[in-house]
Design a protein around this ligand. Structure first.
Ligand SMILES: Nc1ncnc2c1ncn2[C@@H]1O[C@@H]2COP(=O)(O)O[C@H]2[C@H]1O
Ligand SMILES: Nc1ncnc2c1ncn2[C@@H]1O[C@@H]2COP(=O)(O)O[C@H]2[C@H]1O
Length: 444
């Protein structure tokens, strides 16, 4: 059976946790782990329900406090630095008190397995049931909620609809809670917003996604010299730098350095590739780590949307074959899209050149005054490089002959981001070929 993306990521996350914790009793650990995830998810859903009901909408009609019993006896979950998650939950993990790995400190640890899953046995009271409501009680529950209104199909609880959320199927985020969700205290929030609030990571997020991401970030204080990421390893976390500087090494050669406000560790999570570089703290650092699942669920579809969008195009362009995944990702960040109708001029001969163009789909004619059409371009071809390479006016006019979609790269990006591809562009310069043909028509 094919697995959905969410299921795969959830299982990968679990696998990573098993590798990290190396539990002696795998079954007990698994039961505890998934019950804690379920508990978190129910807690989050409950908060959404409160908000929905304030708008007159009943989200989970059968799971009212009365029906489920007052199971909100969860211990408070304290964050490392004092943040507190509120126990507003109608679901309690049957293992919460017994879990040797649990962060919940309350409950008597009586016996190895003290779940409420006694098959065929009615729980003493419904508040003890791990799942509430039970399916066989649904009709009664509906009756109890006479004012139940069906939800609008696009109702998204706390979530505001925004363009970025829509493109990432908002329903897939409903009731979802990050695995390391810990509400930040005021001081942490202020620090985080100062460090990363203005960065591209957060600019594209709606208010609710931003809140989820902020509360999913875990603070990591890293001493100078620490290897934060090792090239070739599997990706687990994405990092944002609050303080300090990190160095990047590819095959032991230093390739990059970055400081406060920057981020790293996204490539392995985006492309399911091994880590592309080793990252070492050059100074003592304060980093914020975001788990793989939250990264993929929220940031990938918004902040890194361009990379997804241009990935296929860039991978299939012959002139970009020499670029690494990292180079391609940086290039994608700098691209924009333009759409042209048949007959529209994209570039006019003699104009100043500002952009380089990659044809995503469509076809174009290249023409020159006094010569007419001298070339024809189609999808995955490029144009506009000569003015930028040679600092000359546009050498020809480029006109769309079919509906054409192009990705454009500005002058500064062209010089910074094309790397070794620039040499290929120089080699392929059509004016050079033309000039040599004009000088020696025998080679035409
Ligand atoms: N030149 C570079 N090549 C590869 N990775 C780099 C480079 N500079 C910075 N990085 C970052 O280093 C990270 C290592 O882990 P990832 O491959 O997940 O993501 C990588 C990038 O975010
Ligand atoms: N034979 C050609 N002569 C000039 N430009 C060409 C030719 N064939 C394709 N072109 C493209 O047309 C573009 C017009 O703008 P540029 O001069 O910046 O870059 C040019 C090339 O990318």
């Amino acid at each position: 059976m094919p697995m959905f993306g969410d299921q795969r990521v959830e299982l990968e996350l679990f696998e990573a946790e098993v590798k990290k914790r190396k539990p002696a009793d795998l079954l007990q650990f698994s039961a505890n782990y998934f019950n804690r995830r379920l508990e978190q998810q129910r807690s989050f859903a409950r908060r959404q329900e409160t908000l929905a009901s304030s708008k007159g909408i009943v989200l989970f009609p059968a799971a009212s406090e009365q029906e489920c019993g007052a199971a909100a006896s969860l211990s408070l979950e304290e964050s490392e630095s004092g943040g507190v998650e509120k126990p507003d939950v109608a679901f309690k993990s049957p293992f919460a008190g017994d879990d040797p790995h649990s962060t919940h400190g309350s409950g008597p640890a009586a016996g190895l397995f003290k779940g409420n899953f006694d098959v065929g046995k009615e729980p003493a009271s419904r508040s003890e049931s791990p799942m509430c409501p039970r399916h066989d009680e649904e009709p009664k529950a509906k009756k109890a909620n006479a004012n139940f209104q069906p939800l609008p199909t696009n109702f998204n609880a706390e979530r505001r609809t925004s363009v970025s959320a829509e493109t990432f199927q908002p329903s897939s985020l409903d009731n979802w809670v990050p695995p390391h969700y810990v509400e930040k205290n005021k001081q942490q929030l202020q620090r985080l917003l100062k460090a990363v609030g203005g960065s591209f990571l957060f600019n594209k997020l709606d208010q609710d996604s931003r809140k989820l991401v902020v509360n999913a970030l875990e603070e990591k204080k890293v001493p100078k010299g620490t290897e934060v990421i090792k090239q070739g390893d599997e990706g687990d976390f994405f990092y944002v730098v609050e303080e300090g500087t990190v160095d990047f090494y590819v095959n032991h050669h230093k390739v990059n350095t970055s400081g406060p406000g920057s981020s790293f560790g996204e490539l392995a999570l985006m492309y399911n590739n091994p880590r592309a570089s080793t990252v070492i703290a050059k100074t003592d650092c304060v980093l914020w780590a975001l788990d793989r699942l939250t990264f993929r669920k929220i940031l990938l579809g918004s902040s890194f949307q361009k990379r997804l969008m241009y990935d296929e195009l860039l991978k299939s362009m012959p002139i970009l074959k020499s670029l690494t995944t990292y180079d391609r990702a940086k290039l994608a960040d700098a691209l924009d899209t333009e759409l042209y109708e048949p007959g529209q001029v994209i570039i006019r001969e003699g104009d100043v050149g500002e952009n380089f163009y990659l044809i995503e789909y469509g076809e174009c004619d290249v023409s020159k005054k006094g010569k007419g059409v001298i070339n024809h371009l189609k999808s995955h071809d490029y144009f506009g490089e000569i003015a930028l390479l040679k600092d000359l006016p546009r050498q020809a006019t480029v006109t769309a002959t079919k509906k054409t979609k192009v990705a454009t790269l500005g002058k500064s990006g062209f010089q910074r981001l094309l790397g070794p591809a620039v040499d290929v562009l120089k080699l392929n310069d059509p004016t050079r070929v033309q000039e040599s043909q004009e000088k020696d028509p025998a080679h035409a």
